[in-house]
Design a protein around this ligand. Structure first.
Ligand code: PEP
Ligand code: MG
Length: 596
């Protein structure tokens, strides 16, 4: 239990806004820490009995998890069930069970204590690993241990009943606990731990629940019944908001809901400005189970399918060609004539670790990721490309290479693609011959050679999430430097200017598929600079379509020209906070009421 005093004054904390939107409501404070386990020293003759209890508990816990998995698949789609696979696999892992049994024998203790000690040792070993993906998986281990201790001690694991719309606040939300919540009643989520790749983030995004994670020590100030604001768009939470703050957020929420309503009524209308400039809005998807929201969001196709989730879902194995194909065919069918852009595997050891392929790296952000990984592990790449060419035969699909830093990488990938096409022809397998091949611009090196890349690639897509992090040298998921992650930094804007110029000169399509495009203030600047194609999470699309239908490009160009002359992000933000409500009052709130 935390010794920190609970606060009744307003407390605003910034974190990672992993799912956009605003929620204001009463808190349910969840406790995700390790369970209290009873310690009993047992006689040597009782040890076989304790081991039997452990083995029975493992079976029971597995059955519970299988049941939750089935419920998740039924309520939220097949792909959500994978969230529990690591837990089920852990319970099937003879090494884990063996190490608990050894602990029981060596220490002559009861099964509960055996679980606590053995898992504690495992977690301590994981703590030393500097790897976001693996660190996030430690919560899976804790989750499994809690479940075993609950079964052994006859406790109900799911003791959180969300019976009214509530904000969930916790140090962390363990995946199986998340899976057992009545997610229809969850208005917002705020946790101290977690990052972009955590399950909490993935589920929140796909259900459109506002969520701010990585809040450090926020949860210790919160108790059930407190009122809290979760502002996923502004990446902050406010505990005990004053009446004034509550009113401001409720107004903002009402405005967002009105806008949402207005746009939902117009989702089929084109994204066209008041001075008749047409834009293209596409959706970023991570799971095929998100396809139902594609049409509701008004997207013109899929601008980014993050195919790495296929790999994360199939661990510890790699997906087969047929597994790839099945998903890509679903995407092609759902996207229709607007088409789908599938990004090839973008994984590095920062996100995934299987023994040989993703060996640990000291500095994984600068390591073997994106296209570098695919060019090193040809077989993995070829399996994916074969499926992509086969799926492209059934509809409109283009292929996009992540984290390209040199023209040679594009050339090598193109050569492999053409080899694969010949191979499929020789095998008599139907496939598309000329699939457009584009690159993501996420590295400063790619910006510097934008003219060359634009000449050779069929299209460019700006991955601003990474481009900002690599340009500003600010880890996009590190809360300690979150205040330095500035999409409107002049260095970032100058990079965009180079890219827009390169695309214009070569006549190649340029889209932005980072979440920056979902921020209306940034979107005005980007439109004013000349960007016309955006891809973003489906939940953000209606709002940006509404923005586009409200503004004039001429005004946006005037604003962007002024912004490009400015020296600092703070100057730029101050200017835009004052200017946008005057220029586009239908969309932006009145001056003086800005909350961010
Ligand atoms: C990006 O970097 O902007 C991007 C879209 O890719 P991801 O967020 O998947 O790294
Ligand atoms: Mg990226």
């Amino acid at each position: 239990m935390s010794s920190s005093p609970k606060t009744t004054t307003e407390l605003r904390t910034h974190g990672l806004g992993v799912s956009v939107g605003i929620a204001v409501g009463p808190v349910i404070r969840m406790d995700a820490r390790g369970r209290q386990a009873l310690f009993v020293r047992v006689l040597p003759s009782r040890i076989p009995h304790e081991i039997k209890r452990l083995q029975r508990a493992v079976q029971t816990a597995r059955h519970h998890l299988e049941r939750i998995k089935q419920r998740l698949q039924r309520d939220f789609g097949q792909n959500h069930g994978y969230i529990l696979d690591p837990h089920i696999l852990m319970l099937e892992d003879p090494l884990l069970v063996q190490s608990i049994e050894d602990t029981i024998r060596t220490n002559q203790v009861n099964a509960e204590w055996g679980v606590k000690i053995a898992v504690g040792n495992l977690l301590a070993a994981c703590e030393t690993i500097r790897d976001d993906y693996l660190r996030e998986r430690t919560s899976d281990i804790q989750d499994v241990a809690n479940r075993l201790i609950d079964v052994l001690s006859g406790r109900r694991t799911s003791n959180i009943h969300v019976t009214q719309p509530s904000i969930i606040v916790a140090e962390d939300i363990l995946p199986t606990v998340m899976a057992e919540l009545d997610l229809n009643q969850v208005m917002g989520i705020a946790t101290d731990a977690g990052g972009w790749t955590s399950h909490t983030a993935i589920i929140a995004r796909s259900l459109g629940v506002p969520a701010v994670l990585g809040l450090g020590t926020f949860a210790q100030h919160v108790k059930t019944g407190d009122v809290c604001v979760v502002d996923g768009t502004g990446s902050c939470v406010v505990l005990n908001p004053s009446l004034k703050t509550q009113k401001a957020y409720q107004d903002k929420l009402a405005r967002e809901q009105n806008q949402k309503q207005a746009v939902l009524e117009q989702v089929t209308l084109p994204a066209i400005t008041t001075d008749k400039v047409e834009c293209l809005l596409r959706a970023n998807l991570e799971l095929a189970s998100e396809l139902p929201v594609l049409h509701k969001s008004g997207a013109s196709g899929i601008g980014l399918f993050r195919s790495e989730f296929l790999y994360l879902n199939s661990l510890p194995n790699l997906p087969t060609e047929e597994e790839h194909l099945k998903i890509y065919q679903q995407l092609v069918k759902a996207a229709g004539p607007a088409g789908v852009t599938v990004r090839t595997i973008d994984l590095g050891s920062d996100k995934i670790k299987t023994d040989e392929l993703f060996a640990e790296e000291k500095n994984s952000a600068l390591g073997l990721h994106g296209i570098r990984f695919s060019l090193k592990h040809h077989q993995v790449f070829r399996t994916q490309l074969r499926a992509l060419l086969r799926a492209a035969h059934t509809g409109k699909l283009q292929v996009m290479l992540p984290k390209v830093g040199c023209v040679s990488e594009l050339r090598k990938a193109r050569a492999i693609l053409s080899e694969i096409s010949q191979e499929l022809t020789a095998e008599g397998i139907p496939h598309a011959e000329n699939v457009p091949l584009g690159v993501m611009v996420e590295l400063p090196s790619a910006v510097q050679i934008a003219d060359k890349l634009a000449q050779e690639a069929d299209f460019l897509s700006i991955g601003s999430n990474d481009l900002i992090q690599y340009t500003l040298v600010v880890d996009r998921s590190n809360p300690n430097v979150a205040m330095l992650y500035e999409p409107l930094h002049p260095a970032v804007l100058r990079s965009f200017r180079l890219l827009i110029e390169a695309a214009r000169k070569t006549g190649k399509a340029l889209q932005l598929c980072g979440e920056m495009g979902a921020n209306p203030i940034c979107a005005v600047v980007l439109l004013g600079m000349g960007l016309r194609q955006f891809s973003m999470s489906p939940a953000s699309l209606p709002k940006i379509k509404n923005l586009i239908r409200t503004i004039s490009i001429r005004e946006a160009e005037r604003i962007a020209a002024i912004v490009l002359e400015m020296d600092t992000p703070a100057e730029i933000k101050d200017y835009l906070d004052g200017e946008l409500p005057h220029c586009f009052p239908q969309f932006f709130q009145e001056p003086g009421k800005d909350l961010e």
